[in-house]
Write a protein that binds this ligand. Structure first.
Ligand code: NIG
Ligand code: FE
Length: 425
């Protein structure tokens, strides 16, 4: 039997789109809303929507289950397209080291950072990892996240990486959220390969990738391209091997240094280039030129995914969102949820920070965290906007005066409830 429900008297239905489209440049500020609206849900999908005055015409027979959203705004749930949500332990000791003055690079050099997480992860069982990740998924879904990308990258051994990806696969099967999985074996060089980079790259290519592809464990491939981590040429080798198995790149570039990751990422036709705290003029030009070269040709553009909470937590300058948008780039916002540089998966905070610190307009931030985020993780056909046929993944706000109130009142939890696949969670 099909299940039908209708939500009526919605103060504003936000991000209503007939068709999904990646938003670039000025289009990012256009956030279509319907005031005093309804949404019809059938079998967990959006079946119809409109103004309340169209209700009788569009839905002649009201379903039994009616939800009155008087005074509430309804938005598509957040699409968090970059996280490392699967980890075995928190790292607040390093947080204290940082307060005392050590840098991210110094902490990594003394065996902290990613290697610290890898040691803990390799000692944890699949079940332990699953339970922890499940709790985090529950937490972020209550904060409005309906789709999420999760990376491996804390295994750094064949067994560890496969363990992570198998846990993510189980999360996909058991969770109502839309989940995408990214293989980040190239997160850092494990100690035993410190002097033998090619040895580890060979292990990624020959020992990990064939199993990952055989068991269908990943949707994307990622590399941390950074001084002291993976160089652009190393990233190229790894991504080309991943592409052979159909894994498209979503890449960590320009977090701490400009070392050619942007050029290489564009050459590899990456789905997204993520972080971008450190960008020079030439790189901004490259990013905007590729957009103008490709736009209008039905080509999939490389999305710039900005992670403001990581910049915030590491006390770095924020990403130049304004420049990127004003030169025509497609921007997505994500949480980077991980124990080292962003121990928060709260997308509401990400949105607030992007408005407060990066001067994004509230409309731009909401688009970047919904429809563009959906494109950045390949769920644009099912999530990211109020569109007929998409999942009824919806945020119900508390009573708010306007959409701008969400990032403005950054310390309040303004989410009343969240619906995933037509069900309240
Ligand atoms: O996106 N920069 C690389 N990876 C993560 C941090 C990983 C960690 O510190 O555990 C990031 O910031
Ligand atoms: Fe990251």
């Amino acid at each position: 039997m099909s299940s039908v429900a209708i939500i009526i008297n919605i103060a504003q239905l936000v991000n209503v789109r007939e068709h999904s489209q990646l938003l670039m440049g000025t289009a990012l500020a256009e956030l279509p809303v319907i005031e005093n609206a309804f949404v019809l849900i059938e079998d967990g999908l959006i079946a119809e929507y409109g103004h309340m005055y169209e209700l009788e015409l569009k839905v002649p027979q009201l379903p039994k289950y009616v939800i009155d959203a008087a005074g509430q705004f309804i938005l598509p749930a957040w699409c968090d397209s970059h996280t490392h949500l699967l980890f075995a332990a928190s790292r607040e000791n390093e947080f204290i080291d940082k307060i005392k003055g050590l840098t991210y690079a110094e902490i990594a050099a003394k065996g902290g950072g990613i290697l610290n997480s890898a040691e803990k992860l390799n000692n944890a069982t699949e079940d332990e990892l699953f339970v922890q990740a499940w709790k985090r998924l529950e937490e972020v879904s209550k904060l409005g996240t309906g789709a999420i990308e999760i990376k491996s990258g804390y295994g750094l051994t064949v067994e560890g990486e496969l363990k992570m990806l198998r846990v993510i696969k189980k999360l996909k099967e058991k969770s109502a959220l839309s989940i995408k999985s990214t293989f980040l074996g190239a997160h850092t060089y494990p100690l035993q390969f410190k002097e033998n980079h090619q040895g580890y790259i060979d292990s990624i290519i020959n020992d990990m990738l064939p199993v990952i592809a055989g068991e269908n464990l990943a949707d994307y491939i990622d590399v941390f391209c950074e001084t002291g981590f993976f160089l652009p040429g190393e990233m190229e080798q790894i991504c080309k091997a991943g592409l052979q198995y159909g894994l498209k790149p979503k890449l960590h570039v320009n977090q701490l240094n400009s070392i050619g990751g942007i050029e290489m990422g564009l050459k590899l036709n990456a789905v997204s280039l993520d972080h971008l705290e450190t960008l020079n003029e030439q790189e901004i030009n490259l990013l905007c030129n590729q957009q103008s070269m490709l736009s209008g040709k039905g080509h999939k553009e490389t999305i710039c995914t900005l992670l403001p909470t990581a910049a915030f937590f590491l006390r770095m300058g924020f990403q130049p969102a304004r420049k990127l948008i004003d030169t025509g780039c497609a921007i997505a916002l994500a949480s980077d949820y991980n124990p080292g540089s962003s121990p928060s998966g709260n997308m509401n905070l990400v949105i607030a920070m992007s408005c407060i610190q990066m001067k994004m307009l509230p409309e731009e931030a909401i688009n970047a965290a919904t429809i563009n985020g959906a494109f950045a993780m390949g769920v644009d056909n099912e999530c990211g906007s109020i569109t007929i046929g998409k999942k009824a993944n919806l945020i119900f706000t508390k009573t708010i005066p306007s959409i701008a109130y969400l990032p403005y009142s950054f310390g309040s939890n303004l989410i009343d409830k969240v619906m995933i696949n037509g069900q309240f969670i």
